[in-house]
Write a protein that binds this ligand. Structure first.
Ligand SMILES: Cc1cc2nc3c(=O)[nH]c(=O)nc-3n(C[C@H](O)[C@H](O)[C@H](O)COP(=O)(O)OP(=O)(O)OC[C@H]3O[C@@H](n4cnc5c(N)ncnc54)[C@H](O)[C@@H]3O)c2cc1C
Length: 925
């Protein structure tokens, strides 16, 4: 029984060969990574369930989508996810929800991303119990969707200078929110642009003209049903970014917008009715949301590296290039030591971050519980740890992912690898939730305080107790006393301690030299940040060390000890400059570290694929052709490239136009192009002569080889007209179809489908008669077919998501149109299943889009008739007996007077007015 559970028949044998070498059970390793078998199994279950729900899948690789399509696609999946969520996962379990999001949405973002990661955690951390009962339950049930809006165009880091104001109006018991300048516009909040109707807004609080600094307010931005922005609110999208392009990061401005006093989040600070301000117990207590996200970022960044290294390591055993020994054949690129050196330390880093993430979250929840009981003493520890980690982890994750990308050569640069996307998303983390340099400085502030306390013999937090520990003057690394990793960890401790005191001494010196404290701080910034980095790298090393020591499964522990060891060697070598200072480490010991690292690279090599397999990322989650579980990279890379928009028409007219000086055409027997403005050198090239408006096709070859393909005429671009010509020349067929390049003549029944029959929308199976397994214009968009001989037009049956003559456009949510599609204050709602909107009209309007004023008034229908409004703008009068006419204004004398009795035939004459002249004839009195 192989120890690697990812082995499947028909996989690329190069990958299977690697998997059979595992020295540990990948299921056991997955339990180590996912904190127990229970959650590892839940992940598998969730992955299986998602695989069975087509609504949750991408129909086209988002790499080929425009930004708008990405956002729509993400919204579509989020909508269906909400519908199916109860069947798939426990929505109150953040780990399950994170896995669901990774599988279904991916890392590019979704309309609910900030709702889950910032809005709800902010409510939990900052709202009073009363406020939670008002908003939190609705938020959990997604009745309201929100985001967190802090950053402004002009200020991000320096919160004290936020320009958005919240001024308390005592008489109205309201706050007035206002954006006085362009730079005060909120800028960047995720999902603010289009997706959310609420935001927690950070604004500077003013009471009676006094500035109380930034506070958080719950603000409704849009109507909950129509999503139309409320009065006094301007909101929109900030445009495309380096990554996260499925997210609508937005801007927001207020024009004296009023909210209730109760909308200031008041768990920690309040404004009473009389304008009295109640201070929070601890100045930093309001930053809990930021800390929450930072605590989770460590795990997420570890996972980003895990994605990238999984892709790169799998690909590196499928890819063969060059020989190590001449004549012995090409080798897998993972056999090169340089490739191992690029990838294995990064793989070790992902484990280091994942284990550190677990510890950090434990610390976070412990401090949060203490805060609830009013204990704030450990908040500074948490703030320092998460600030340092956030910076080191995002920076090192960027390095690691970039290494993985480069290790895949040219294919790593292609979006088919998905590494560019992972990189773009991961490095966003260096900026959001506190810019990295600034965060390091915050960590350094804590360390400088600790250094001062250590020197004065004051008690220290466990996190910095090493500052006073007895230390060794010379490292034991590489000596006979170096039995385990204790010499490595001592080295981390040594350089961190040294740098912290060095930065503290330099700071004091700068002050003594006459600089103010602030000036000295700034002039010492780089040294301070170095101290914060070293301290944090030591913290990570310790977390990794302690996690590995606790692993029960011995086979897993042994291989993770190798990774830990590699991590420690690699990190120390990276910091060799510090180690060499004061001869703590000799150059001989540096060489020892290098040799030790090379030994470990070779030792880890056989387990490399099984280690990344243990993350158990599904292909859906990885979204990478290079990192496919089955290792069938090349054929799928080709298939992926063929899906490119640019391959839909050949040649591409816009490029053709750009290359030629005119819009004219020249057609020869086998080709079609425009040279010198003439066709065949004689007739001027006129656009109307172009056989196909997006390009050319080969007239002669179209009718090629009817024996070989009795009912198929293929090879070149096929216009409907041309296909029709074949059809008319081959009258034995009943139908003709144009799909992509190909013309089909047939009598088969599939062409006979009616519009309301079930169509194979996503074309996972071969579309009848279509060799490319593609339907219509874009994969899975439409089935283009031509029906019956009499009708000269083709028609596309569009998937409900698409619209246009050729199903070429993704439908957008019309409720977001500007001007609003529902006119005259109608309320718009959009059905994500049918992709149709409905308007609920104001009482005075009617029509599909509330475009018509209602016609019926009390007096509209005469003589007791009932007026009935019609959707096309008109109305009907339902008349009482004997009455007729558009308004019920006419009476039928034949019916009313019965002049012909019961047996005679009576006919009324032409009517006019309510007192009509009438004729009647009695032909059988
Ligand atoms: C992908 C992404 C998503 C985001 N999502 C949100 C969101 O949902 N909600 C939200 O409110 N915001 C969001 N933001 C904004 C983000 O929080 C800010 O960009 C971030 O806080 C940095 O602020 P800034 O842009 O003003 O940079 P600045 O503060 O202007 O930084 C620019 C440079 O100045 C340096 N600098 C600034 N101050 C100091 C200092 N005191 N000492 C030393 N150096 C300094 C920095 O180190 C940096 O190098 C997002 C940003 C990104 C990129």
């Amino acid at each position: 029984m192989p120890l690697n559970s990812q082995i499947c028949p028909n996989d690329n044998p190069l990958l299977t060969e690697e998997r059979t070498k595992a020295t540990f059970d990948t299921n056991q390793m997955a339990a180590v990574i996912y904190e127990g078998h229970k959650f590892a199994e839940r992940r598998r279950e969730i992955t299986r369930k998602i695989a069975e729900i087509p609504d949750l899948h991408d129909t086209v690789d988002p790499a080929f989508m425009s930004r708008e399509e990405k956002i729509e696609n993400s919204a579509r999946k989020s909508y269906h996810l909400t519908k199916h969520l109860d069947k798939i996962a426990d929505k109150a379990n953040p780990a399950e929800m994170a896995h669901v999001t990774n599988e279904v949405i991916g890392c590019e973002g979704n309309p609910l991303a900030l709702h889950a990661s910032m809005f709800m955690p902010s409510l939990i951390a900052l709202a009073s119990d009363e406020q939670k009962s008002k908003w939190l339950t609705r938020a959990i049930n997604r009745e309201i969707i929100g985001t967190y809006a802090q950053t402004e165009m002009g200020h991000g880091t320096n919160l004290r200078k936020l320009e958005t104001t919240a001024t308390f109006d005592k008489s109205a018991q309201e706050f007035v929110l206002h954006s006085p300048t362009t730079t005060s516009l909120k800028w960047w909040p995720g999902n603010l642009g289009k997706s959310t109707c609420y935001a927690i807004v950070a604004a500077t609080l003013f009471i009676d003209g006094k500035n109380y600094g930034p506070h958080n307010f719950m603000v409704q931005l849009r109507d909950e049903k129509t999503y139309v922005p409320l009065k006094g609110i301007t909101v929109g999208d900030i445009g495309p970014k380096m990554a996260y392009n499925a997210t609508d990061n937005g801007f927001l401005g207020f024009d004296h917008h009023r909210i209730l006093r109760e909308n200031m989040l008041s768990k920690h600070s309040q404004v009473l009715a009389d304008g009295t301000y109640v201070k929070p117990k601890h100045a930093k207590v309001g930053y809990a949301t930021m800390v929450h996200v930072r605590a989770h970022m460590v795990t997420h960044q570890g996972q980003f590296i895990a994605y990238a290294t999984t892709i790169a390591i799998r690909y590196s055993v499928v890819r063969k290039q060059g020989e190590i020994q001449e004549g012995k054949g090409e080798v897998k690129i993972l056999d090169y030591q340089t490739q191992q050196h690029r990838l294995f330390p990064m793989l070790a880093r992902s484990f280091a971050f994942i284990f550190t993430g677990v510890e950090t979250r434990k610390l976070y929840y412990r401090v949060l519980q203490e805060l609830d009981k009013g204990k704030v003493s450990n908040l500074a520890d948490l703030h320092a740890v998460t600030s340092g980690l956030k910076s080191v982890v995002t920076y090192q994750a960027g390095q690691a992912i970039e290494q993985a990308r480069m290790s895949c050569g040219g294919h790593g640069y292609s979006k088919a690898s998905n590494i560019p996307e992972i990189y773009g998303v991961a490095i966003g983390g260096a900026t959001y939730e506190g810019e990295n340099m600034v965060m390091l400085l915050q960590c350094a502030r804590y360390l400088m305080k600790a250094a001062h306390e250590a020197r004065n013999g004051q008690p220290l937090s466990p996190l910095v107790q090493y500052l006073t520990r007895k230390y060794e003057r010379v490292s034991r690394i590489g000596t006979s006393t170096n039995q385990d990793y204790s010499a490595h960890l001592s080295a981390f401790e040594h350089i961190s301690r040294k740098q912290i005191f060095k930065a503290a001494d330099r700071l004091e010196k700068l002050v003594k030299d006459g600089n103010s404290r602030q000036e000295a701080w700034n002039k010492n910034g780089v040294e301070l940040n170095r101290a914060a980095r070293l301290h944090t790298r030591y913290f990570i090393a310790l977390c990794f060390y302690e996690a590995v020591a606790q692993i029960a499964d011995s086979a897993c522990r042994v291989v993770l000890q190798d990774l830990l060891h590699l991590h420690l060697d690699y990190e120390l070598l990276d910091m060799a400059g510090y180690l060499l200072q004061d001869d703590y480490l000799s150059s001989h010991q540096i060489d020892w570290l290098k040799d030790d690292m090379y030994r470990l690279l070779a030792k880890i090599r056989p387990n490399a694929v099984s280690l990344v397999d243990s993350f158990e990322f599904s292909d859906r989650e990885l979204r990478s052709v290079l990192g496919r579980r089955d290792g069938h990279v090349y054929e799928n890379l080709y298939k992926w490239a063929k899906a490119s928009e640019l391959n839909r028409d050949d040649p591409k007219k816009s490029l053709y136009d750009a290359n030629s000086s005119t819009y004219q055409w020249t057609c020869s027997a086998n080709d079609c192009f425009c040279v010198n403005g003439t066709q065949n050198g004689t007739k001027p090239c006129l656009e109307e002569d172009a056989p196909w408006k997006d390009g050319c096709y080969d007239w002669n070859n179209v009718l090629d080889d009817p024996q070989k393909y009795p009912n198929k005429w293929a090879n070149n671009w096929m216009t409907v007209d041309l296909c029709k010509l074949h059809f008319e020349n081959n009258r034995i067929y009943t139908y003709f179809t144009v799909s992509e390049k190909t013309c089909y003549l047939s009598n088969t029944s599939y062409l006979d489908k009616k519009e309301n029959e079930d169509w194979d929308w996503d074309c996972q199976v071969t579309c009848p008669g279509d060799n490319n397994q593609r339907c219509g214009k874009k994969n899975s968009r439409a089935f283009v077919y031509k029906y019956d001989s009499g009708n000269p037009d083709y028609m596309c049956i569009c998937h409900p998501m698409y619209t246009g003559d050729d199903c070429e456009s993704l439908k957008t949510n019309p409720c977001l149109d500007d001007p609003p599609i529902c006119q005259n204050n109608g309320t718009c709602s959009y059905d994500w299943v049918t992709y149709k909107h409905t308007c609920k009209c104001d009482s005075d309007y009617k029509g599909e889009n509330c475009e018509y004023p209602k016609q019926c008034m009390k007096t509209t229908c005469k003589n007791g008739g009932t007026c009935v409004e019609k959707d096309d703008g008109s109305f009907d009068c339902e008349c009482l007996n004997y009455y007729h006419g558009d308004y019920g204004e006419e009476i039928s004398r034949c019916e009313y007077d019965k002049p012909c009795g019961d047996h005679g035939t009576c006919s009324d004459g032409p009517y006019s007015g309510i007192d009509p002249e009438f004729n009647w004839s009695a032909d059988s009195i």
